[in-house]
Design a protein around this ligand. Structure first.
Ligand SMILES: O=C(O)CCC(=O)C(=O)O
Ligand SMILES: [Fe+2]
Length: 347
């Protein structure tokens, strides 16, 4: 049985000089690509997280016709049905065993996409939750800038400001059914979310105590290691930590220095168990995928550490050889690979 992943836990809630916290964050982003952010309720109120999970329950319990009316489009907003998305097409015989709902931007607390009537009354609270996540990711982007000694340290933050223009930023609610609820054709080795890395700059992930399933691929490229919801030392916190991970865009932007780690969600009927967690019930999670504004050019990051990086992740992505891609081009490239049906024949 693989050991649970040794992902560092950091606390970004203190006032004052943030240099050390920023350095710790950067080291975790380089070494693991994942880091736990303690949830003290300061950046995102605990009640807001609980409320977001309540909305998810209401949404996924809504009649099928309500969800179908909001089916996901090429703008990456809306409902994605069971088995619709296939995150690891090369290795999956069937699509992911999950349902998802993506929320794009809100303007004046109003969604810019159809919502199922079952959650119509929740529009303002979803918008508020998205805002909390937005502000937390701005803070994390600034800490990454400080930790990498980028000039200026707000380099990443500036390209993530809403005022810079629309972005691919997405709040995603997820529900994974238990294996026992599925037809016999579903097998324990099927996945709830296939092996993938995230597309954006960074992701915030909210999970519920006791609900197992997330695993990361270790550096050896073969070992899957479970990621506990409640890591050691956070048992008495008011809520489980928020799991942050680096996405492909930030890995690309930093020439491979920051690590975009492959992860997946499994049923976990077999091996990899975490004490106090079970894989056999319905599982909910909430992901906030943060992206720069669409026109942001992913050029050279003004940081000596980034420029000087020549490690394993740097191969195939030297600055000299590539043309500067924008954030939107990067996202489109990644989406096409995992929604074959949605993009087939539509260039
Ligand atoms: O549900 C989870 O724990 C992870 C979901 C995930 O990796 C994703 O949606 O990108
Ligand atoms: Fe992911």
């Amino acid at each position: 049985m693989a050991q649970v992943a040794k992902i560092p836990v950091i606390d970004i809630s203190a006032e004052g000089d943030q240099t050390q916290v920023a350095r710790d964050l950067v080291e975790a982003a380089i070494e693991h690509g994942f880091v736990y952010i303690r949830n003290t309720g300061k950046d995102i109120p605990i009640a807001a997280v609980e409320e977001a999970f309540d909305v998810a329950r209401r949404l996924f319990d809504a009649p099928l016709s309500e969800k179908e009316a909001c089916t996901i489009r090429q703008n990456n907003r809306g409902w994605s049905a069971m088995n619709y998305e296939t995150l690891d097409p090369a290795n999956q015989r069937v699509g992911d065993f999950k349902e998802a709902f993506n929320f794009g931007e809100f303007i004046n607390a109003k969604a810019q996409q159809p919502l199922p009537p079952a959650i119509a009354a929740d529009e303002a609270s979803i918008s508020a939750f998205r805002d909390y996540c937005y502000h937390l990711t701005l803070k994390l982007n600034t800490l990454l800038g400080i930790g990498l000694e980028v000039t200026p340290p707000t380099f990443f933050t500036t390209s993530h400001l809403r005022s810079a223009g629309p972005s691919g930023t997405t709040l995603r609610l997820l529900r994974y059914p238990p294996l026992s609820s599925l037809p016999p054709s579903a097998q324990p080795t099927d996945v709830r979310a296939g092996a993938h890395s995230d597309y954006g700059s960074l992701t915030l992930l909210f999970r519920l105590r006791g609900q197992a399933g997330l695993e990361i691929l270790l550096r050896d490229g073969t070992t899957w290691s479970p990621v506990p919801v409640v890591p050691e030392g956070t048992e008495d916190d008011p809520a489980p930590p928020i799991l942050m991970n680096i996405g492909d865009l930030l890995a690309y932007w930093t020439g491979g220095l920051l690590r975009s780690t492959v992860h997946r969600v499994v049923f976990q009927e077999g091996g990899n168990k975490v004490a106090g967690e079970a894989g056999d019930g319905t599982r909910y999670s909430i992901a906030y995928f943060c992206h720069p504004f669409g026109g942001a050019e992913l050029g050279v990051v003004p940081s000596e550490r980034v420029k000087g990086y020549r490690g394993e992740g740097a191969k195939g992505n030297p600055y000299a050889e590539r043309r500067v891609m924008t954030a939107d081009e990067h996202l489109q490239m990644r989406l096409k690979a995992s929604y074959a049906q949605l993009y087939e024949g539509k260039e």
